[in-house]
Design a protein. Sequence first.
Lengths: 277, 440
Amino acid sequence: MGIDAVLLGITLALYGIAAIVYLWRMLREPGPPLMVATGTAGLGLVFHAAVLVAGGVRGHHLPFFNLFESLLFTAWVLVAMYLFIERRYGMSALGAFVSLAALGMLALSVALPKGIDIALLNPALRSPWSTVHIGSSLVSYACFALAFGASLAYLWQERLLKAKRFGLLQRHLPPLHTVDRLAYEMVMLGFFTLTVGIVTGALWAETAWGNYWSWDPKETWALVTWLVFAGYLHVRIISGWQGKWANRLVMTGFACVLITYFWVSFFISGMHTYVGR
Amino acid sequence: MHLVVIGLNHETAPIGLREKLRVPEAGLTAALDDLQAREEIRECLILSTCNRTEIYACTPTRADDATVRRWIEAYFGVTAEEVGSHLYSHAGHKAAGHLFRVAAGIDSLVTGEAQILGQVRYAYGAASGGGFTGPVLNPLFQQAIAVGKRARTETEIGRGAFSVSSVAVQLAKSIFGELAGRTVLIVGASKMGELTITNLVGAGCASVLVTNRTLERAQDLAARFGGTALPIEELVPALGRTDIVITATGAREPIITRAMAAAAMRARRGRPLFLVDIAVPRDVAAEVSTLDNVFVYNIDDLQAVVQSDLDNRRGEIVSVETIIAEETAAFTHWFRSLEAVPVISALRERFDGIREAEMAKLQARLRHLSPEDLNAINAAARSIINKICHQPMICIKDYSNSEEADIKLETVCELFGLCPEDEGPERDEASVEIGRTHGH
């Protein structure tokens, strides 16, 4: 446990520094070079990966079978995807949001009770579907978090432009078109992985519990989330609808993700409850 | 060596006079040739823009400033009364400080503008290419260009928007990101509108649509940008398929109403529409901006951005002045040490002259000395000179960088009978005289 705690501590510190540097770049001109922010976040990602590998080796399974590990895993995917996007779009405005989100998730994973290890709880529940189900769902959460960040940047920029407040922040927030497209692409990817997660979840449920769908709260909220994003993609692809309201819909969808992931896990008991009572 | 700048700018002279003293790029070498032909001009450079004409020159003495003034009067065909009160002149380190201020953009009409640095670079290139600059102006202008760059990277003097049309481009980029491939529509034909279009096309906008009450004028303008002219009746469908709209008509009533914009937005399905209204009175009804995804800015909004950016840059002047003070001090240190060079070499020449004269006499008188003996005596004499000169040379270098450098260096010259500023027969006479005295 000692080495894990040290690695996790280093990861937290690096994400904390990255968050400060990214924020500094947003609010000051000229800020520190982007290389410093990206380098710190990238190094954090390496230590973060080490935490996951250490956990996986000890547990003999992929590292997302309890709430602690699922948060660690999702945060890692989030940072990794962000760093890829930063490179691809040349856009670092989401860096502060992502490093703060990752920091929050790691802090939460430490603060929360470790919860029940699904894999250890009942070996009979193990199925090849379980890995795909959980992994795919968690990746979709990371995608939706990025889509949320992009839509937040969109709505913020939109508000500043409408209010004619052309300050430093307005100049440092990304262009509307760029974040609109990023939100769209992230929702596409998230929607695909969520669909895979739901389908494999149903297949797993059939082998473990005997029926595909049992209207468990998590299942219901996952379906609501799926429907919201399906609606977004529908109007976006079929009607070419975009702009302010499309981005508000993305934010609504992300609220559903939060409910599915956290609220259902903690406050409603059902078959998906991570935390033992 | 004396360094001087004499010139005028937008603050000291009216436009009419500035135009008279303007040296076009094509005539720059001819003007430099003419100036260099004056006997007192060792090095010279002309910096001429629409807001300033400045002559930088190196002459033997301060009195030669008059030569530069006379040249200005003769070359531009103006009288002393006409230009006298409009010309400013700075000498020595003040001239350097002035040039650094110009290069940093804080002496410009629009504080922090970037063009001036390019113009300084051009003026230096032209003068140094023609061999008009030398040991003083070369390092001075290289340093000035470095100061200009330093000011712009270390402070915010060069940041923000400089014109209404550059604000329009900046806002368009905040909405659309890259402008490549975007369509821009201009309603009405005006100078300002044309300037804005030019900037937008320069930033990548691909197609230009033009509409106007009279179709001929629209066609005229469209032809200039390789665009398409549309009759004014097609305004609403055009709003549906363009991204950026510039309105610049002379109409009394708004051309684009809320209903028209709402109709266009239904076709756009939420795609942002960017409207720049540079007309007075306004062409876009005020209520249009209440529509979602429609961004409307009028001339006052854009001018407010230009003004606030200008205010920000003016706030940076203090930091730029700090850089300039630093650089001017460095230049002054170097420039003053330059003053010591002729004194030191005159001193050495003086002593060497004495040594050579004495050696010649010695050789004539003591014929029995072998060449080896003579060489040994000569070497001893050299060594004595070196040892005597050592301390004075250090002092002269120090004097040149001290307060009252002029007086101290003059004292040294008097003491040893050196006149570094007036070379020629006088010195030869003096050395002969000294030689004779020693001979007796």
